[in-house]
Write a protein that binds this ligand. Sequence first.
Ligand SMILES: [Zn+2]
Length: 198
Amino acid sequence: MHLPPHLLKLITALKGLPGVGEKTAERFAFQILKWPKERLQTLASTLSAVPDELRHCSVCGCLIGNTPCGLCDLSQRDPTQLAIVASDKDVFVLDGTGTFRGIYHVLGGLLSPIDGKGTEGLRLEQLRRRIAELGVKEVILALDSTLDGDATALFLKRELESLDVTLSRLAFGLPLGSSFDYVDAGTLSRALSGRSRA
Ligand SMILES: [Zn+2]
C-alpha cells in the first residue's frame, strides 16, 4: 500500500535534517501525525518565522535575533582577543563555556583538501579588515581537531602571519577527529585556557 502523498512530502522534508534517514523520518512523521492541530500550527509558524526572526550579524557572522549583536558590543567584549570559528553553531558552544570574553569571527566553513573545497565562501577579507581595525592582539584558532580543521589552521597561520598578532590554537586534549559537536563545555573550557601558540 502506498503512503498518502502528503505523508510522503512530510517524510521527504524531515529527511533534510542531518542524520535523519528514511526510517527515522518515517518514525518522526508518524509521531507528528499524533500531535493536536494547535501543536502542529505552533511548529509551522515557528518554522515560517525563521527568516524574519533570525539573521547573521554582518560584522562577526554570528547568529542573532532582531536585536543588535551582543557579541560585537565592545563595552562588554574584549576586542584584543578574536576567536575564529568555522560555523555560527560553534560560537554558542564556545561562548557557553564562559571562559572567553573576546570577540568572534565566523569563517563560514573549513578548507577541505580531500573534497577539493578551497577558500570560496570563507569570510577572509572581513577577517583581515577586522583584525586591523579593532587592534586585535591575539587570534585564537578555535577549529575542529580534524584534517579539515588542521588544514584551515595552517592556511590561516600563513594568511595572518604578516599581521602583528599572536596566533594560538585550542589545546584540545582530544582524539584526532574531534569536532565541536561532540565536545563538552568542560573540555572546551580547558582547551581554551590551555591554548598554545599556533
Ligand atoms: Zn556580531
